[in-house]
Write a protein that binds this ligand. Structure first.
Ligand code: ARG
Length: 412
């Protein structure tokens, strides 16, 4: 069946996208294929979601367990890039949209659709991420958003659901807009839109209150070429590593984030996140890089990491620019192997030890005890030459009366 008369909808199982199935059909005359992904968001089973899509009028309902794919190919790239937008946000939603888009395009090809739809509003980043990702994979596909393009509002949704007797039981609306997956959880809107309002308990689901932590938890994470491969000596897949650290760091209240963030569409928005596993893993990975990356490579990588985070936030996952940065980042990881020990407690993941066969830390160069192989005298010549431009410039300043003033207090 490929008469291109169908729409593929990114279907979450919630009210908005459930109503959207029938609403899109009603407004465009096209049949709707629902596509749902498990990216580790928890909650209802894929089968329950699949059945609901069919009950709401989808002609096909396609579900994918994409947890390992998401962890291996998306979260691990973010980890290697130590990705933190604006220094703090590990890109939870930004890295899931490209993966979801890939599956939407696949479904469009499989089920003969010419249009892809999503439940995003016209004010956020996610609409841009879906549509730019989709266009990067198949530029012939069209995009439509029932909320943004067909005026689907909450009132319309409820009236439409009643009128068409849609089998929607959950009309209970969360006070927040939530997006979650195994890399973390984003919480926005509602009373959080007043940036002076502090987060309340009900905002959080992945983390416990860091003010009342259980006893401290020591963890050893082993990385191989930038990827976590063991936790406390047990083999783990990337998905298992993230899940375990979500649990253990979450219990200590690690990874709660609250900021005003610059969206791609130009709006400043108040965002809460909780990303216990991502924050703990990035903390460990960064410290291992401190050991294993050569100084100049490391300096460049910090700039690259920052640009990677901005570009991925800005919907450029499939862009040539990000592909080139990935090549650089990948190359830097070949010696990022070894173990990091951390104490997880009261909201913080603190590194307390590191060991690695590929580390550049050299005890014989660093030590102040006997066994020192660093020739301290050679620093004289180094400082002479390194300080030469400063000395020459200072002499000129003194000649022109512009020398740096020094305090002339006389000590009595
Ligand atoms: N502001 C974050 C981002 O752009 C989170 C978006 C969360 N999406 C949502 N529908 N609540 O990545």
């Amino acid at each position: 069946m490929s008469d291109n008369n169908r729409i593929v909808l990114a279907y979450s199982g919630g009210l908005d996208t459930s109503v959207a199935i029938a609403y899109l059909k009603d407004r465009t005359g096209k049949d709707v294929v629902a596509v749902s992904l498990d990216v580790g968001q928890g909650g209802e089973s894929l089968e329950t979601i699949r059945q609901r899509a069919l009950a709401c009028g989808a002609v096909e309902s396609y579900v994918v367990d994409a947890r390992d794919e998401f962890a291996n190919e998306y979260c691990m790239k973010a980890l290697k890039a130590n990705a933190m937008y604006e220094g703090v946000y590990p890109l939870v939603s930004a890295i899931s949209r490209p993966l979801i888009s890939k599956h939407l395009v696949r479904a469009a090809h499989q089920f003969g659709a010419d249009t892809i739809s999503h439940g995003c509003t016209g004010k956020g980043n996610d609409q841009v991420r879906f549509e730019v990702s989709i266009a990067s994979i198949d530029p012939t596909l069209k995009a439509i958003s029932p909320i943004r393009d067909l005026s689907l509002t909450r009132d319309v949704e409820i009236a439409f659901a009643k009128e068409h007797q849609l089998p929607i039981t959950q009309t209970e609306k969360s006070p927040y807009s939530i997006d979650q997956n195994v890399w973390g959880r984003a919480i926005e809107t509602g009373f959080l839109e007043d940036p002076w309002n502090g987060p309340t308990k009900d905002c959080y689901a992945y983390t416990d209150d860091p003010a009342f932590p259980p006893v401290e938890d020591e963890v050893v994470i082993e990385f191989k070429e930038g990827i976590p491969v063991k936790i406390d000596g047990r083999d783990v897949t990337p998905l298992q590593a993230i899940e375990e650290m979500n649990r253990r760091a979450g219990a200590q209240g690690i990874g709660r984030i609250d900021l005003i963030e610059d969206r791609l569409v130009g709006i400043k928005s108040r965002e809460l996140y909780e990303c216990p596993g991502a924050v703990a893993l990035i903390t460990a990975h960064q410290e291992l890089e401190n050991c294993c990356l050569e100084r100049e490579q490391h300096r460049i990588k910090r700039d690259i990491d920052k640009r990677w985070g901005e570009l991925v936030y800005d919907a450029q996952w499939f862009s040539p620019a990000v592909a080139s940065l990935n090549a650089f980042i990948e190359d830097t990881q070949k010696y990022v192997s070894g173990e990091i020990r951390m104490t997880l407690h009261g909201g913080r993941a603190v590194v307390t030890g590191r060991r690695s066969d590929t580390s550049l830390y050299d005890y014989r160069l660093a030590t102040y005890d006997s066994g020192d192989t660093f020739d301290q005298k050679s620093s004289n010549g180094f400082i002479d030459i390194y300080g030469l431009p400063s000395r020459v410039a200072a002499a000129r300043d003194v000649r022109f009366g512009n020398g740096i003033e020094v305090p002339n207090n006389v000590v009595e």
